[in-house]
Design a protein. Structure first.
Lengths: 315, 251
């Protein structure tokens, strides 16, 4: 599955007048990988997506797609690419079917293969029932799906989705996420978003960008490890003193929440199993033991508010 | 193939637009009124001798001439949306991220609008052909007037497409197109007549669209004029392609 590099972005810079939107962005995407591209508003997510999709020329730097330079061999490079911009590029006066068949032509799908390609895309995106309707009359969620269908109609190696779940209702969000996960099985996906659970539920690897620079690049497991540094909330019916609790190996600090509940801040060598054993042996009457994950939001804020970038740092 | 796909979509979106039908309706009304006026004038004072101009010259050529004039206003209205709405709605991103070259995009857009222009030109053609029921037409003069009309309108359309690629605001696109057309159609003539330096005056005169169109309505098909129209259309197509390339750099 993995190994082959589909996208290679090297030393990408992009200036808007005096504003430097991207500073030395380096990225790689392997086959079959779902890459989450996270960042606050204005961090440069969309700019990066636009550069990779060929909509924006970089000020300097190089984008290689499937071995083709995006500037020198644009047609070969773009053939491997499906792109859903922030605002889906839809012609509202066309029906879903007409629109998708135009997209199929633009992506050089042979005429005799077009109906099958449209059927496949409609099926994957749940558009079968609306394919004869005008795009302008569809709801926002369906329009978003049409946008995704457009990006995958030619079965590209790489699908780039820029904030695909913005403005959707919760059910539609779940459906779109399922679709993205499904896409990840046979396409490589770059998913740009500022919604953190979306990354947790869909991505293999995460890149966090802030102020035009890559602030963190990590696997999802690595990111999860960062999240587990939060500690545990315990409830003990027969509560010991704080000092007793802090004496347990691996516990760095214990904060009382109420008479029976404590928040344990832990070191790396803390072992939950041995803690419960200790609690039973000493008769503390353990009634609750809840791991307190640091929310992804907290990790995110820690990283993005930290002014010194730390590219490639692993947890 | 790719050019044709883009052209057909552009053509269909013209057919779907209310504006194009209003333009068609307005134009058919105006052409009809001109026909009535011209036929009336001709009947009151018919050509008596062999040297005087015939029906084809006084009516047919004049109708094509006026229809081309109407296109000074119509062309920017038809073309103003071609690129500006794509920029505005973000659909340009569909084209730019597809494996299609800028040249194919621009040629497709222009071709689609040329198709629509040909559809519109059925109006003056039908109106003038209706004279066949009453008289004989000069086929040579008819064809040269028609050719002149088509070359002039295609030029206007290409200029309008270029203006539309300059901005994502349709109003500015329309005004810009109108402005460039006015300059090349009239203003260069006017300036040329004021300029004292002969070389400059001649150069300006050469740029005049109306000057190159005039001969067609007299029944002359000069290769010199045809080359001029081909050159000016090509120039604006190339300018549009350049403009789209630089759009990715700055927007």
């Amino acid at each position: 599955m993995t190994g082959e590099t589909l996208i290679q972005v090297e030393h990408l810079y992009r200036d808007y007048g005096n504003l430097r939107a991207l500073k030395d962005i380096n990225l790689t995407l392997s086959r079959g990988e779902v890459l989450g591209f996270l960042g606050p508003n204005g961090a440069g997510k969309s700019t990066t997506m636009q550069v990779i999709s060929g909509n924006l020329a970089p000020t300097s730097g190089r984008v290689m797609i499937n071995g083709h330079d995006l500037i020198e061999q644009p047609c070969q490079a773009k053939a491997a690419l499906g792109y859903l911009p922030e605002q889906p590029p839809l012609y509202k006066e066309l029906t879903v079917y007409e629109y998708l068949s135009y997209c199929a032509q633009l992506n050089r799908i042979a005429r005799y293969e077009t109906p099958a390609a449209i059927d496949r895309a409609c099926e994957r995106c749940g558009l079968v029932d609306v394919r004869k309707r005008l795009i302008g009359n569809l709801s926002k969620g369906y329009q978003q799906r049409v946008g995704i269908a457009q990006a995958i109609i030619h079965s590209p190696d790489i699908v780039i989705l820029d904030e695909p779940t913005v403005g959707l209702d919760p059910i539609q969000i779940i459906e779109i996420r399922e679709l993205i996960r499904e896409l990840g099985t046979d396409h490589s996906v770059i998913l740009s978003t500022h919604i953190l659970p979306e990354v947790q539920s869909t991505c293999d690897r995460v890149v966090i960008i802030n102020q035009g620079q890559i602030a963190l690049e990590d696997s999802l497991a690595g990111l999860d490890a960062r999240l587990h540094q939060g500690g545990y909330q315990v409830a003990l019916a027969n509560a010991p003193t704080i000092t007793d609790l802090e004496a347990v190996s691996g516990v760095s600090k214990a904060d009382p929440i109420d008479d029976a509940r404590f928040m344990l801040h832990c070191e790396d060598d803390f072992n939950p199993a041995s803690f419960t054993e200790t609690a039973v042996q000493r008769g503390w009457k353990l009634t609750e033991f809840v791991p307190q994950n640091r929310s992804l939001e907290q990790v995110f804020i820690d990283i993005t508010c930290n002014d010194t970038p730390q590219p490639g740092t692993a947890a | 193939m790719m050019v044709l796909s883009i052209a057909l979509r552009e053509f269909r979106s013209m057919l779907n637009s209310l504006l194009s039908w209003i333009v068609l309706a307005g134009m058919s009304l105006i052409i009809f009124l001109i026909l009535v006026a011209l036929v009336n004038a001709y009947l009151e004072n018919p050509a008596s001798s062999l040297e005087s101009p015939g029906v084809t010259s006084t009516i047919v050529a004049t109708i094509f001439y006026f229809s081309a004039y109407l296109f000074i206003l119509i062309a920017p209205m038809l073309t103003m949306r071609s690129f500006s709405t794509e920029f505005k709605n973000g659909t340009s991103q569909l084209l730019f991220s597809a494996p299609v070259s800028m040249t194919e995009i621009v040629l497709g857009k222009c071709l689609g609008l040329y198709f629509f222009t040909l559809l519109i030109s059925i109006l003056p053609i039908l109106v003038t052909l209706s004279l066949v029921f009453g008289t004989d037409l000069d086929n040579g003069l008819y064809m040269s007037s028609l050719l002149g009309f088509i070359l002039v309108t295609f030029t206007f359309i290409t200029i309008g497409v270029f203006a539309s690629a300059l901005t994502d605001h349709i109003g500015i696109a329309a005004l810009g197109g109108l402005g460039i057309i006015m300059v090349l159609f009239w203003l260069v003539d006017l300036v040329a007549s004021l300029v004292k330096v002969e070389l400059l005056a001649n150069a300006l005169q050469y740029l005049s669209i109306s000057g190159h169109a005039a001969a067609f309505y007299n029944g002359q098909v000069n290769s010199n004029d045809i080359v001029f129209f081909v050159l000016i259309i090509t120039t604006f197509i190339v300018l549009t392609i350049r403009r789209l390339d630089s759009y990715r750099l700055q927007h």
